[in-house]
Design a protein around this ligand. Structure first.
Ligand SMILES: NC(=O)c1ccc[n+]([C@@H]2O[C@H](COP(=O)([O-])OP(=O)(O)OC[C@H]3O[C@@H](n4cnc5c(N)ncnc54)[C@H](OP(=O)(O)O)[C@@H]3O)[C@@H](O)[C@H]2O)c1
Length: 229
């Protein structure tokens, strides 16, 4: 099947925005773009008739219900890209409870609850979680990123657990642990650092991966990195 319904979470900027733009080049695809910034997404995707934008906040207590209302109008979901993420960069002892809660609400709990809402609309589907090399066991770690990287590690673990629970179905889940990509998030975390990959280049890989690789893998945690800062 070449025409797919694709949900991209975290679509207003960076890698998620590039993912939507690349899927939208195929007019047969229907893309649902989600983030907290509706105006920004509508402006970014104005030229594409096959992109619908909706406002969601992964940190909200109502995220599952909010997504159920959006997904209710769809016949099915073929691809879900859990790309949204938030990064708190602070020395460990300065992290507040709110900092840690925000990291886990957006990077883990929100992702699990969007997935719960999406699964109800899935038959044959590929879910791709976007984690970080910082959350990949044994990889290089950075001071200041304990809230962020531990939450990304939890996302990796969720991928393995979901895949086990759904292994008898045609719903596959894999997780990509990204290295450095030149985006606003990277600039905030590592000011002045120049990443070797652009958002467009990384999105090219994620789009291709999401369209094909569920035929060969499920529950896999894959580092995708030319370099880390
Ligand atoms: N760039 C890198 O070097 C790098 C490396 C490793 C992993 N990653 C991961 O790759 C993914 C994309 O990163 P990026 O660099 O493109 O980041 P980015 O430029 O900061 O974009 C993040 C996206 O997530 C959305 N988002 C953040 N909080 C949200 C919330 N509470 N509810 C809904 N949407 C929310 C943002 O939209 P709004 O603010 O409009 O809601 C935005 O569209 C993230 O998961 C990140 O952790 C990036």
């Amino acid at each position: 099947m070449t025409s797919k319904t694709i949900v991209v979470v975290g679509a207003s900027r960076g890698i998620g925005k590039s993912i939507v733009e690349q899927f939208a080049q195929n007019p047969d695809h229907r893309i649902i773009a989600l983030s907290r910034n509706l105006d920004k997404m509508r402006m970014a995707f104005a030229e594409f008739e096959n992109v619908e934008c909706h406002l969601i906040d992964l940190a909200s207590d109502t995220i599952k219900n909010d997504c159920e209302i959006i997904f209710d109008k769809l016949n099915s979901i073929d691809i879900l890209i859990n790309n949204a993420g938030t990064l708190v960069n602070k020395p460990f002892t300065e992290l507040t409870r709110e900092d840690i809660q925000l990291s886990y609400n957006v990077n883990v709990i929100g992702v699990m609850q969007i997935t719960q809402a999406a699964v109800a609309k899935m038959d044959h589907a590929h879910i791709v979680n976007i984690s970080s090399v910082g959350g990949f066991q044994g990889s290089v770690k950075f001071p200041g990123l304990s809230a962020y990287s531990t939450s990304k590690a939890a996302l990796c673990s969720f991928t393995e657990l979901f895949a086990e629970e759904y292994k008898e179905t045609n719903i596959k889940m894999n997780c990509l642990c990204l290295g450095a990509v030149q985006t606003e998030m990277l600039e905030e975390a590592f000011p002045g650092y120049q990443a070797p990959l652009s958002a467009d280049k990384m999105a090219e890989y994620i789009v291709r991966f999401s369209l094909t690789e569920d035929q060969w893998m499920n529950g896999k945690i894959i580092p995708v990195s030319l370099s880390t800062p």
